[in-house]
Design a binder for this molecule. Structure first.
Ligand code: CP
Ligand code: NVA
Length: 301
């Protein structure tokens, strides 16, 4: 049984195959020749955190593929009252053909896969955000024509996005430099993984060192979902980690800027940089739909 629990579990070939499939599905959708690859299949979508893009793109994606998606709010399920994830997994496996889950702890997602008998898709945990990064890679490849040999940089928090981008970029033949303040580094398992790639991964304190000659510059919020109480402390810690025109002048002149959204203008990115790159940022958001349809077809067909 194949899942998408984290990109660390996927090979470069898995990633490449899904990106190819995503391009194909996008083409078919745009040209009115979409096929119902998941007719009569049902996806359960468990949300323990808020969502705009993930929820809507999975639901619409499943509809376009001929299947159905059920929105399951964690608060309204027994899991929110303490029913073990191990039991939830075994019950839902008897009704559904796949589960997408957005939650806090990665181990909950892993347990669903261990105890369930249907494909599990990680729709964001504190540890990673693989669906977003597949859409990001798709967007870069669409705009640059390739991934291999390109340089990506990520400025800001060593959070779910930074973790997944490091893994996704390296497995796709890109190099990636990150810059984060002390105590906000990426997860140690990701750093261990990146060590195998030598010089292709670099971690800096100074954002300028990371951004130099980048083909793609990426950032994310300073306080993720669940960290609302740390917002002020984080604002102070991340001072100087903003993507602005001065920083962008160090990247390649045709560099892309990506942001998974929601964005906080004036914090991790200026309104000027955001708006001048809105074209690719919103294409990135659109590509969530195509990339996730590809993930579902890959895992659930
Ligand atoms: N980027 C992303 O996952 O957006 P949502 O939180 O709106 O799903
Ligand atoms: N790092 C952010 C990503 C939101 C899509 C969060 O976890 O809230």
């Amino acid at each position: 049984m194949k899942h998408l629990l984290k990109l660390l579990d996927w090979t470069s070939e898995d990633i490449n195959e899904v990106l190819n499939l995503a391009d194909q599905l996008k083409y078919e959708q745009k040209h009115g020749i979409a096929k119902k690859y998941l007719e009569n299949k049902t996806l359960g979508m468990i949300f323990q955190k808020a969502s705009t893009r993930t929820r809507v793109s999975f639901e619409v994606g499943m509809f376009q593929l001929g299947g159905k998606a059920l929105f399951l709010s964690g608060n309204d399920m027994q899991i929110g009252r303490g029913e073990p994830v191990e039991d939830t997994a075994r019950v839902l496996s008897r009704y559904l053909d796949g589960i997408m889950i957005r939650t806090f702890e990665q181990k909950e997602v892993e347990a669903l896969a261990e105890y369930g008998s249907i494909p599990i898709i990680n729709g964001l945990t504190d540890f990673c955000h693989p669906c977003q990064v597949l859409a990001d890679l798709m967007t870069v490849r669409e705009r640059k024509g390739r991934l291999d040999g390109l340089k990506m940089s990520f400025i800001g928090d060593g959070n779910n996005m930074m973790n997944s981008l490091i893994v996704g970029a390296l497995k796709s033949g890109m190099s990636i430099s990150v810059a984060c303040p002390e105590n906000y580094e990426p997860d140690s398992t990701v750093l261990d993984f990146a060590k195998e790639y030598g010089d292709k991964f670099k971690m800096f304190r100074n954002p300028k060192d990371a951004v130099v000659d980048s083909d793609v510059v990426i950032t994310d919020v300073w306080a993720s979902m669940g960290q609302e109480e740390e917002a002020q402390q984080r604002k102070e810690a991340f001072e100087g980690y903003q993507i602005n025109d001065e920083l962008m002048s160090l990247a390649k002149s045709d560099a892309l800027v990506l942001h998974c959204l929601p964005a906080h203008r004036g914090e991790e990115i200026t309104a000027e940089v955001f708006e001048s790159h809105a074209d690719e940022i919103f294409e990135e958001a659109e590509n969530r739909l195509h990339a996730q349809k590809a993930v579902m077809v890959y895992l659930m067909r």
